[in-house]
Design a binder for this molecule. Structure first.
Ligand SMILES: [Zn+2]
Length: 443
């Protein structure tokens, strides 16, 4: 599914994300998967017309860390800190998933992302059936960078998830050769060692080698929780970010989720090497992990995007929830205005796209990819209309999403998913969640 033909998004207020404070009343013409023109009174014979009156038109939102495969465990892994949440609920759940359940989880997660205005995401899968996640992304139309996760050691990991290192890396290579760059570049592969505590040194080295040889992103978790960070220090004698850098996981092609518990040297290391951070405030609050020093990361020049993380640790995949948190929780330590709403909106658009290494994504400019969201101003919290950044970051919600376009294709129209049967996705997800819950003795 590539963006064929033309779409004219007419009558909205365009927030192109080219500079803080910039917005204009304009139409947006999309042609062959790219933004063709932005201006008033645009016309195009044969173009599909999308109504953007009483609405904002923004680049599609980008999330830098999600796990769509965990969607069936949503609302079923409550009240636990990270390491117990993983070993008692999430790893047994992932180990138990059948191929059909992986597919149902991926459909649910991706449908939620698209319906909520997220057009691109960096996703981490489980150890098995990752091709079905890519298949779901192919069908539903999201711009997805994803990869199977790798784990070969560690406490609390069910035997069914523990992998043979060479077989795990070979499977990733096969997945990458099938999916990286497919659907006109909309789907990309990312090598995804789970986190240091579940990866041998040789597995980490193998993942780095695989990624660098093929041009894949490297995606892992780091310093989410104090116990995890302490365990990494005991095992490696250094902080998580430093230990990952020693293993080769540092640089512009590396995305570290969380980075809540860092020392000053690690903060400098992230900035010096260009390593990116996925800030996940919703998940960090839910699991009681802590609050990352986002103002400090930004001031140090670290590349930062936003992510909802997994449905069972949030419990939603809403970029609006993450934006509202990123724009408010840091006021607790730095005072009101700690992170201004334009910067938050940048993290949810072009900064996030930069974290994912996406070319010409995250802004609305001629020649950039036609990934776009139309946000209705009809919800009560959007009134009275004022500056768009504050409205979207503090007053916006998934209920505001009217239309969504990815790669020139309309994937959500008037709030409804157009690329799949939403009712069928919900039905299959409920059935699959009940089945896996029963097998795990959760029901
Ligand atoms: Zn995660």
């Amino acid at each position: 599914m590539t963006g064929q033909g033309s779409v004219l998004v007419r009558g909205g207020v365009v927030v192109p994300m080219t500079a803080p404070g910039t917005f204009l009343e304009a139409d947006v013409l999309l042609r062959d998967g790219l933004v063709s023109a932005i201006g008033q009174g645009l016309k195009e014979d044969g173009a599909r017309i999308l109504d953007a009156r009483n609405a904002l038109v923004l680049p599609g939102f980008v999330q830098a860390h999600v796990h769509v495969v965990q969607s069936l465990a949503r609302h079923r892994a409550e009240g636990l800190p990270l390491l117990r949440w993983l070993s008692e609920r999430i790893w047994p759940y992932e180990a138990a998933l059948s191929p059909q359940e992986v597919r149902a989880a991926a459909h649910l997660g991706i449908a939620e992302l698209l319906a909520g205005g997220t057009t691109a995401a960096l996703d981490m899968g489980t150890t098995h059936d990752q091709g079905l996640v890519f298949g779901a992304a192919q069908d539903l139309g999201i711009r997805l960078t994803s990869g199977k996760c790798h784990l070969d050691v560690g406490a609390g990991v069910p035997p069914a998830l523990l992998e043979d290192r060479d077989a795990s890396l070979a499977e990733a290579e096969e997945l990458g050769s099938r999916w990286h760059g497919s659907c006109g570049g909309r789907l990309r592969y990312a090598a995804a060692p789970r986190f240091i505590l579940s990866c041998s040194t040789r597995l980490l080295a193998g993942a780095v080698e695989l990624a660098r040889r093929n041009g894949y992103l490297l995606h892992t978790h780091a310093s989410e929780n104090a116990d995890e960070t302490r365990a990494v220090r005991e095992r490696t004698g250094m902080g998580n970010v430093a230990a990952l850098a020693r293993a080769g996981l540092a640089g512009h092609d590396v995305v570290l989720a969380h980075c809540v518990h860092l020392d000053d040297a690690e903060m400098d290391l992230l900035a010096q090497r260009g390593t990116a951070v996925a800030h996940c405030p919703g998940a960090n609050l839910k699991l009681g992990s802590g609050i990352a020093n986002l103002p400090g990361l930004l001031a140090a020049g670290v590349r930062v995007g936003l992510g909802a993380d997994g449905p069972p640790c949030n419990n939603r995949l809403s970029i609006f929830h993450e934006m509202a948190l990123a724009g408010t929780i840091h006021n607790l330590t730095r005072g009101p205005g700690a992170v201004d709403p334009w910067t938050v909106l940048e993290m949810a658009t072009w900064r996030g796209a930069d974290v994912l290494g996406l070319d010409r994504v995250g802004r609305l400019e001629p020649g950039w990819k036609a990934d776009l969201v139309v946000l209705s101003l009809s919800s009560w919290a959007m009134e009275p209309a004022a500056g768009p950044a504050a409205m979207v970051v503090y007053g916006g919600g998934v209920e505001s999403v009217r239309h969504v376009i990815v790669d020139g294709t309309v994937v959500v129209s008037d709030g409804e998913l157009t690329t799949a049967d939403g009712a069928a996705i919900r039905r299959e997800a409920r059935h699959a969640a009940d089945a896996v819950s029963r097998r795990l003795g959760w029901a």
